[in-house]
Design a protein around this ligand. Sequence first.
Ligand SMILES: NC(=O)c1ccc[n+]([C@@H]2O[C@H](COP(=O)([O-])OP(=O)(O)OC[C@H]3O[C@@H](n4cnc5c(N)ncnc54)[C@H](OP(=O)(O)O)[C@@H]3O)[C@@H](O)[C@H]2O)c1
Length: 310
Amino acid sequence: MPLSVEKKDLSGLTVLITGANVGIGLETARMLCEMGAQVTIACRNAQKAQAAADDIEKTTGNRPEIVSVDLSKLESAAALANEYTAKHQRLDILINNAGVATTEKGQDGLTQDGFEIDFQVNHLAHFLLTIRLLPLIKHAAQNKINGFTPRVVVIGSEGARVGKVDYAYLQDSDKLPFFFNRYANSKLMNAMFAKKLAEKVKEDGIVAHVLHPGFVASDIYSKPEYKTPKFLQAIIGFVIKATARNNVQGAMTSVHVAISDEAANTTGKYWDSCKITQFPNKLVADDDCVNELWSKSEQYLKEKGFDVTE
Ligand SMILES: NC(=O)c1ccc[n+]([C@@H]2O[C@H](COP(=O)([O-])OP(=O)(O)OC[C@H]3O[C@@H](n4cnc5c(N)ncnc54)[C@H](OP(=O)(O)O)[C@@H]3O)[C@@H](O)[C@H]2O)c1
C-alpha cells in the first residue's frame, strides 16, 4: 500500500538535509519545501546541487539554499556546521540522509582522514555535524515556532540487522570485511547514535529518531565510482525493478518523522513505513555497546583535531 504523509504548514521552520541532490534526500527536500520550510541542501557536487535546487524550485516555488559538503572529509563536515551556524539562528530539523555503500578494497577503502568510507560518511562525519549543530537546534527548542519540537532524523537501514560492532577495520584497510558488512555496520551505528543522542538531548526538548526508508530504487547500489561488481549490479537491478519503492515513497518515512506530532511525542525510536517498529538489531539495546560507540566516536574525532564536547 502506498505511503502518504499529512501535509503541514512549515513556514518559519529551518531544515538542513545532507545528500539531497538525488534519491530519497531530493524527494524529502522537495516535500518539505512544498510545505513552506526553509530548506538547506548539503551536497558534495555543486552542479548536481544546482540542478536539484532548480528542480525543487520549479515544482514547489520554494528554492532550497545550497551548501557544500563532502562527508568523506571531516574538515568539510565541520565547515558545513560553521557555515550553517554563521548564516542561521536556528535549526528545527536536521536530516542525516547522505549515505554510501562502497565496494572498494585496499587503500581506496579509506578516506583521507584514514577511516573506512562507509563508517566515516554514514556515521562519523554525521556525528561531528550533529554535535556541532546542537546549539542551533537547542536554540530552536527554546524558541519554538507553532509548538514544533526540533528533531534530528537519522536515515539508517534495515541492513543494520546483520550489522556488528567491529572497530578493528575502521582504520585498517587490510582488515576490511565484505562490502555489505561495512555498510550494515555503519547503519547499525546510525541506530545506536540516534538512540544515545535521544537520551542526551531529551532535557533540551529535542527528539532524535532513526529510520529505514524501505528498499528504494535510488542509485545507491550502483554508483560507477564505487565499482560495484557487474554481476551484483545485474542482480540488484533485477531485484530493484521487481520490488523497490520509488524515491518519493522512499522519502515518506523521513518526512513523517521530520514533521509529525507522533515523532515529537516520543524519542529514540526506529521507524519503518511511517511506523515505530522494533530495532532490527539487539545490539541497539546494549547500553555498554552504545556508550562505547559514542565515546570511541568522540575519541576518533578528537584524535583528528575535532572537539565534540557538547
Ligand atoms: N535506497 C535504499 O534502498 C536504501 C535503503 C536503506 C537505507 N538507505 C539510506 O538512505 C539514504 C539515502 O540514500 P539513497 O538511497 O537516496 O541513495 P543515493 O541516491 O545514492 O543518495 C545518496 C546521497 O548521499 C550523497 N553522498 C554520498 N557520499 C557523500 C559524501 N561523501 N559527502 C556528501 N554527500 C554524499 C550522494 O551524493 P552524490 O549524488 O554526489 O553521490 C547523494 O546525494 C542513505 O543514508 C542510505 O544508506 C537507502
